[in-house]
Ligand binder design. Structure first.
Ligand code: IPM
Ligand code: MG
Length: 402
């Protein structure tokens, strides 16, 4: 078993600072990365919308990689989201959960679609995703937004603003207003009133602060904690606990605090001021979508969700894009990059992860683009989802092994 400390150091090797051995108090979480072995079991959750297409493209790329490198990933599909509602009347059936928990790791595409939008909440695809996160204890969600030089002009922001941006959003994933009770819609004094509860306990803040402290110490050493402490009590506690954890146990990390409205503005005004951002569930949901646009397309962003033990879930940050589902227009690169994160974090295969990441960059260097990252007059070749997956696989197949 590889500790989260080690796994994070591998992930963060792309950061701006060399790995600093942790003199810090070990944090309360360990990534259950299995040790390197010949055959892995991975649960594949294709989900809805463009999910099956990007899953197929990712499989092609992964197969090329395992063939090249001489190991096996046994991929077994399971149901989640709308697909699970249609077949099992449950957005994340028990058998899917059992299968995920019994695997070395989980690779998820995306969920959701118009078809289920008017279902009662417990029969919405999103409820399956939330149930998966909660039941698997995936409290830490890492969303890196690193601008690739090949895609600078795909961003709607100016080149000088986005060039060199490398931000990591550490989002708490199993608490906050997403899961707080009481919640509901009641009739009070003759009118409907809707409410949710934004709630965090000290221990929930403590453990995400430790993940963030560790992440920051292995990147540029700067951590910005985002909250709304000028208005919300829950944010005041967040600020107090984060301050305590980082000042006591992560002395090499420079901590700052920012209100969420200001952070949203600063992220597009001058994103290079950020290295690592830590925030609660809902602020992280919003800021990570915003951060993705620095990179040019949500179609490029992978993510890792990890807990104290057990397999992690690796998934693109984007949604299921029902408007282009089945049209072979989706960008599979975020899912392919998520597979690379899985190799690095959960499967103890950092070199192979690097190969996959290098292959993605090589394909971009070749000027191959899906519609979301294609610019008019850029001289690049427009391809579909399938061809993009094949292009990554072809590069992998032609790579030299070290
Ligand atoms: C995300 C998504 C989910 C979230 C939805 C689909 C429930 O937006 O992963 O960011 O809000 O967490
Ligand atoms: Mg979101």
């Amino acid at each position: 078993m590889v500790s989260l400390n080690l796994a994070l150091s591998l992930l963060l090797a792309t950061g701006t600072q060399a790995f600093v051995p942790a003199a810090n108090k070990p944090f309360n979480s360990a990534l259950n990365a299995v040790s390197k072995k010949d055959t892995y079991s991975v649960t594949l959750l294709p989900g809805d919308g463009i999910g099956p297409e990007i899953t197929a493209a990712t499989k092609v790329a992964l197969e090329a990689l395992t063939t090249k490198c001489g190991f096996t990933i046994e991929l077994k599909e399971a149901l989640i989201g709308g697909a699970a509602i249609d077949e099992k009347n449950d957005p994340f059936p028990q058998e899917s959960l059992d299968q995920c928990l019994g695997s070395d790791s989980v690779l998820l595409a995306c969920i959701g679609g118009y078809k289920w939008d008017n279902n009662p909440r417990e029969l919405r695809p999103e409820s399956g995703l939330l149930k998966m996160r909660k039941e698997m204890g995936l409290f830490a969600n890492l969303r890196p937004a690193k601008v690739l030089p090949q895609l600078i002009d795909a961003s709607t922001l100016k080149r000088e603003v986005v060039e060199g941006v490398d931000v990591m959003v550490v989002r708490e994933l199993t608490g906050d207003v997403y899961f707080g009770t009481p919640k509901g819609i009641d009739v009070i004094d003759g009118q409907r009133v809707g409410y949710n509860n934004m709630i965090y306990s000290e221990s929930e803040i403590d453990r995400i602060a430790r993940v963030a402290g560790d992440v920051a110490s292995k990147r540029g050493g700067k951590l910005c904690s985002v909250d709304k402490a000028n208005v919300l009590d829950v944010s005041q506690l967040w600020r107090d606990v984060v301050t305590q954890v980082i000042t006591d146990d992560f002395k090499d990390v420079e901590l700052s605090h920012m209100y969420v409205d200001n952070a949203a503005m600063q992220l597009i005004r001058w994103p290079k001021q950020f290295d690592t951002i830590v925030c609660g569930n809902i602020f992280g949901d919003i800021l990570s979508d915003e951060a993705s646009m620095l990179v040019g397309s949500l179609g490029m962003l992978p993510s890792a969700s990890i807990g104290e033990s057990g397999p992690g879930v690796f998934e693109p940050c984007h949604g299921s894009a029902p408007d282009i589902a089945g049209e072979d227009k989706a960008n599979p690169l975020a899912m392919i990059l998520s597979a690379a994160m899985m190799l690095k974090y959960d499967l103890d295969r950092p070199a192979e992860a690097q190969m996959l990441e290098d292959a993605v960059e090589a394909v971009l260097d070749q000027g191959i683009r899906t519609p979301d990252i294609k610019q008019e007059g850029d001289g690049c070749k427009l391809v579909g989802c399938k061809e993009m997956g094949q292009a990554v696989a072809d590069v992998v197949a032609s790579m030299a092994l070290n």
